[in-house]
Ligand binder design. Structure first.
Ligand code: ZN
Length: 158
């Protein structure tokens, strides 16, 4: 905690009120629980998903249980490729920081799974609907674990 300043202001009843400015930082440790294999995959440079061993249904983002069979799902690695279904250029930073605007955000249908992700596409050009993309893992320690990867349009150097 740090005092940033003081001042006198007039309160709603017309009386002077002394204000003490305080800056506080809070740290949290958030357990991801059954999603830990996904984050382990990010550290190994692979996107991971889950599949029902009863019906073969798969999900991204991963799910722990199949809603049809109420059975625990199995983890597997995705090939890391996909197809852009929509994309836009973003001109404000994400709430957790780590990316300087402008940047490209795209909805991507991932290969090898039912589902996809809205995530960053490297490069200056907004990809067209149907563009093939491939995941690229970033070596630097990211501001958020989900920033450990982005996508590039196949055949285009960012
Ligand atoms: Zn199932």
């Amino acid at each position: 905690m740090r005092v940033t300043g003081t001042e006198w202001v007039v309160g709603p009843d017309g009386r002077a009120v002394y204000l003490l400015g305080v800056e506080m930082a809070q740290r949290y440790r958030h357990a991801v629980g059954s999603s830990s294999p996904f984050y382990e995959g990010l550290e190994r440079g692979v996107l991971r998903s889950t599949r029902c061993r009863e019906c073969g249904a798969s999900w991204f983002p991963p799910r722990r249980f199949c809603e049809a069979h109420l059975t625990e799902t199995d983890w597997y690695d995705l090939p890391g490729t996909g197809t852009v279904t929509a994309a836009t250029r973003v001109h404000s930073p994400p709430p957790f920081g780590g990316i300087d605007p402008p940047y490209i955000l795209a909805s991507i249908r991932l290969d090898g799974v039912t589902g996809g992700i809205t995530h960053r596409v490297m490069g200056a050009e907004t990809p067209e609907h149907g563009a093939a993309v491939v995941v690229k893992f970033i070596d630097e320690a990211p501001a958020h674990p989900l920033l450990a990867f982005a996508f590039t349009v196949e055949g285009v150097t960012p």
